[in-house]
Design a binder for this molecule. Structure first.
Ligand SMILES: [Fe+2]
Length: 327
């Protein structure tokens, strides 16, 4: 009798351990269908805890090794690198997860992998601007664009990552020079978000700007003749700046096997297309063509430096952003 009770308790505790908890700053509604598929396949319940990154970070700092988190899934390479530096990830061992996406978009020690990605691109008023006049981000510093540029605030992670790329590719001195000239070319003060940049170009406040590609997609979906269009920069050199969502296993997870299975599911072709389409993102898995209208924007050369490498330039980037008063 005692033995039967012991076995029952063991089965019970194993099934508790087998449930999977994901901490994410991504939208639960987009992730839930994938969680449901995981439950249908494995019988394991998935709990999604959606928190903006600062709250997610604070939660883990408070819970430490008692956290129920098994997987962490966030939207930005700045966050992935920060949590890596904090020691919050442990390496996955699945060969599928370790090889699905191009090496630029995964950690060299298998601490995280991209799930989807975006491109920080040039947007322009197509009735005024010939996009072939701008080949690189640094072209926006030329006098030709004085009073014609709109950008998002320098306080946002998207621009911290972008400037990390400039520091990596150009060096600190040239980045300082470029950003100073860029800020001198602004039509208006840095804006609250990428949508405001697109709206400002559409309404004639400025002629060119830099945004994440997926912000433009809904405008084009609503109106294929929308006046603002997009083009990829640095195609002849270092590649267009990419950033994106990434997932890793929380260091204190007691359910690594299920966490790895969930990551494998996230990297299956169908899941990749479904997840990325919900946000007009590009699937991170190599050689997958997106299913949304962004496929019409064509193939492009992505940033050659890895997201992990760009992270090494982030402290210098933040210092320069502060020095040039890019607010
Ligand atoms: Fe965004």
């Amino acid at each position: 009798m005692k033995k039967a009770l012991f076995i029952a308790a063991l089965i019970c505790s194993q099934s508790v351990l087998a449930d999977l908890t994901i901490y994410t700053d991504r939208v639960t509604a987009n992730l839930q269908p994938i969680a449901n598929e995981f439950t249908a396949r494995t019988g394991e319940k998935v709990t999604i805890v959606e928190l903006a990154y600062p709250a997610l970070k604070a939660r883990i700092e408070a819970e430490k090794e008692n956290s129920p988190a098994d997987l962490i899934f966030v939207k930005d390479l700045i966050y992935l690198n920060e949590m890596t530096d904090l020691g919050w990830f442990k390496a996955f061992t699945s060969p599928v997860v370790a090889s699905a996406v191009p090496e630029q978009m995964r950690h060299s020690q298998n601490l995280w992998t991209a799930i989807s990605f975006r491109v920080r691109s040039l947007v322009y008023n197509s009735t005024i601007v010939n996009p072939s006049d701008i080949q690189s981000y640094t072209d926006l510093a030329s006098d030709a664009w004085a009073g014609r540029v709109c950008v998002r605030s320098g306080s946002h992670a998207y621009n911290h990552a972008l400037v990390s790329g400039f520091v990596h590719n150009l060096g600190a001195a040239k980045t300082t020079e470029f950003l100073t000239a860029l800020l001198g070319n602004l039509a208006v003060d840095p804006m609250a978000n990428d949508r405001a940049v697109i709206d400002a170009i559409a309404s004639g406040v400025c002629d060119v700007g830099i945004v994440n590609h997926y912000y433009l997609a809904p405008y084009v979906a609503a109106n294929p003749a929308f006046v603002v269009k997009m083009t990829f920069l640095n195609q002849g050199t270092t590649g267009a700046h990419t950033n994106g969502t990434g997932m890793g296993i929380y260091n204190a997870s007691k359910n690594q096997a299920s966490a790895e299975k969930f990551m494998e599911l996230m990297l299956e072709d169908q899941t990749q297309l479904q997840w990325s389409a919900a946000h007009y993102d590009y699937p991170a898995k190599a050689n997958l063509i997106p299913s949304t209208l962004i496929k019409d924007w064509g193939l492009f050369k992505a940033e050659q430096a890895s997201w992990e490498t760009l992270g090494k330039s982030t402290p210098a980037a933040l210092k320069i952003i502060s020095e040039v008063q890019y607010k």
